[in-house]
Ligand binder design. Structure first.
Ligand SMILES: [Zn+2]
Length: 379
């Protein structure tokens, strides 16, 4: 598992002072991107499969150059177009042809330099760097993405850093999520953190209320003006941002604790969620909870890789319905409380899940002798 040559891709963010020339270049990139997307979608429709990289190169590269894109940037442009079209086709090519409205640009590692407080972009562009994150100084700079949004310009630099050696785990922190809380811990201690699902739900409900109110025919001119649509879009984005911030923060907290104790982090693989959410009826809550869990898992894996913490994914089936003491069947005896029909062990459903996830993780880590019997005190 541990391997010295493993690399980790991190991101360093820099704030750049926008220049009219760079904004122009970004607009040309966007136009070139949309042109290349249209070509690739039509080519795919004609042939029944997406074009190859060399085909799209032959078809659009010269035109991108004529549009004023330096060669490295023209290459990045048709490559991005192909990636967008491939994922559009892979998702069944439903809906309208993809159109890119954002101003951004991929920069190959040879297409830019940051030196002496300036960003240099191939083709003779130069802009002042007003701030850059002070991290991963030992890393190797790879490609970057230049983004212009709301009057601000940022450069996101992908930095390759060596992955730390994995720490041999002495124990396990199991993680379990339900609609309201994330539980983490093991048979000796369990902590819980509230999820952002309710908060995000309220924003989504507000967005939908606006949507319903202004979708009436008499409001169409308003709607068309975009003001309301923009507000609705912003509410949805805020809901997603809340989930993302929470996932990032919570993942860090859990993995830091695991690192301090030299523990592994154990989670159910994603299929477990289907079981966990079966009882939930409201569509939106389910969607938000899935999002929260997916993002939490993503950030935990990222944090773990960064800190050399082992992550174990366990089989999710029956983690809250199997007795961690005797393997018997647990039956519901109250709100989120379960009791073993065989040995009478009773606990909260989430606590039972934590015990079982810990047990399964320990078995996977080659510690089959572990038994929660030794430490469990029936409550
Ligand atoms: Zn039992």
């Amino acid at each position: 598992m541990a391997c010295k040559t493993d690399k980790l891709i991190a991101t360093v963010k820099a704030k750049v002072e926008p220049t009219p020339e760079l904004i122009e270049l970004l607009k040309r990139y966007r136009d070139g991107l949309n042109m290349a997307i249209r070509w690739a979608v039509e080519a795919a429709r004609a042939k029944g499969r997406p074009p190859t990289l060399s085909k799209i190169y032959r078809a659009v590269y010269e035109q991108l150059r004529t549009m004023g894109l330096p060669s490295y940037i023209a290459s990045a442009c048709y490559r991005e177009a192909l990636a967008i079209v491939r994922s559009y086709l892979a998702s069944g090519a439903r809906g309208r042809m993809p159109v890119v409205n954002t101003l951004h640009m991929w920069l190959h590692k040879n297409a830019y330099r940051v030196r002496d407080g300036y960003l240099y972009v191939t083709g003779g562009y130069k802009a002042r760097v007003v701030g850059i994150e002070e991290k991963y100084k030992e890393g190797e700079w790879k490609e970057a993405k230049l983004v212009y949004r709301g009057g601000d310009m940022y450069l996101y630099i992908a930095v390759e850093v060596p992955k730390p050696m994995l720490v041999k785990p002495k124990g396990v922190i199991a993680v379990d999520i339900n609609e309201r809380y994330v539980y983490y811990g093991n048979s000796q201690w369990v902590k819980k953190v509230e999820t952002p699902v309710e908060k995000a739900m309220r924003l989504r409900e507000l967005a939908e209320k606006l949507q319903r109110r202004y979708s009436a025919p008499r409001y169409t001119p308003w709607n068309r003006r975009g003001g309301i649509r923009e507000r609705i879009r912003r509410l949805h984005k805020k809901a997603r941002d809340i989930v993302e911030d929470w996932a990032k923060k919570t993942a860090k907290r859990i993995v830091e604790e695991a690192r301090e104790r030299q523990y592994a982090v154990a989670v159910e693989d994603l299929t477990g969620l289907k079981e966990a959410i079966r009882e939930l009826t409201k569509e939106h809550r389910v969607g938000l909870m899935l999002l929260a869990y997916r993002r939490l898992l993503w950030w935990m894996k990222w944090q773990a890789a960064k800190r050399g913490v082992v992550v174990v994914e366990v089989e999710p089936r029956g983690t809250s319905t199997t007795c961690p003491k005797c393997g018997g069947k647990m039956e519901e005896v109250g709100h989120r409380r379960v009791k073993c029909v065989k040995c009478g062990f009773e606990a909260g459903r989430d606590i039972v899940a934590i015990y079982n996830i810990e047990k399964r993780a320990r078995e996977k880590l080659g510690n089959p002798s572990f038994s929660p019997l030794a430490v469990l005190t029936p409550s």
